[in-house]
Design a protein around this ligand. Structure first.
Ligand SMILES: O=C1O[C@H](COP(=O)(O)O)[C@@H](O)[C@H](O)[C@H]1O
Length: 258
């Protein structure tokens, strides 16, 4: 588990642009080192704004889109195309605007009659397992970057405080029932999947996130505060705007765009 580094940007738009710029560099570096890159996406406002900033950046052309594989940290179990699905947001913000092959987009199955959330999660866990390599030592591929939003309650992906999913130690993805934030049924990566990532980037924007960000950087337990357990093998970054960083001790933060 790596010790988090905290970078603070002046506002949400600057944070989104900075995340987009970092993604270009990280993806291009991974592609030149191993031929391809693996990125795990998040839903939520700042996650989707960062994808839109990437779509708007001329630097996006530096990415070899045919050598990028995309997964999701969580998905809301809703019909295909539902505006609340994280996949829909990512497609509208970025994926519909770049030449990424359809087979590189590993979305969670959408809700259809006869498919329940646990079966959708089992299919996603199987897809992840098939994409993992022995050197990943995990039931999932090691993501070069795992992007995670953070909730007011400290959830990441759809790992909500004290819900059964936070106790999973084997499977890479599980179904969620009764999530405290709508919709109640979701599919989420588990801690074994998230902590196998090379880098975990937690994105926080807005005053509503200030308390959960502070606790995620404290010694809170991951069962009570899942964001406190989201750490990468090589690097953990908290990429925040001023409002989300308002409650953390000054010595922890580095001002990236004052
Ligand atoms: O429900 C979810 O919420 C979080 C945070 O979203 P935000 O809009 O408050 O930033 C998100 O990270 C997660 O992927 C999503 O399913």
């Amino acid at each position: 588990m790596t010790t988090p580094e905290v970078l603070v940007h002046r506002d949400q738009a600057t944070l989104a642009a900075a995340v987009a710029a970092r993604l270009v560099t990280r993806i291009v570096d991974a592609q030149s080192a191993s031929g391809y890159a693996t990125l795990c996406l998040t839903g939520g406002r700042i996650g989707t704004a960062s994808l839109a900033a990437l779509a708007a950046s001329p630097a996006r052309d530096a990415i070899d889109w045919s050598a990028l594989h995309l997964w999701w940290g969580d998905e809301r179990f809703l019909p295909a195309g539902d505006p609340e699905r994280n996949e829909t947001g990512a497609r509208e913000a970025l994926l519909d605007h770049v030449p990424i092959p359809a087979e590189n987009i590993h979305a969670v199955a959408a809700q259809v009659p006869g498919l329940d959330v646990d079966e959708a999660a089992a299919r996603y866990a199987d897809d992840l397992l098939r994409a993992s390599r022995p050197e990943d030592h995990a039931p999932v591929p090691s993501f070069d970057v795992c992007l995670l939003g953070i909730g007011e309650d400290g959830h990441v992906a759809s790992l909500f405080p004290q819900q059964p999913a936070v106790h999973e130690t084997e499977r890479g993805a599980v179904g969620v029932h009764g999530a405290p934030k709508p919709p109640p049924e979701r599919v989420t990566l588990t801690f074994p999947a998230i902590t196998a990532s090379r880098e975990v980037w937690i994105l926080g924007s807005g005053a509503g996130k200030a308390d959960s960000v502070r606790l995620a950087l404290s010694d809170a337990g991951r069962i009570q505060l899942p964001a406190a357990g989201a750490r990468g093998r090589e690097r953990t970054l908290f990429l925040l705007d001023e409002d989300a960083a308002a409650s953390i001790p000054t010595k922890l933060r580095r001002l990236a765009s004052p």
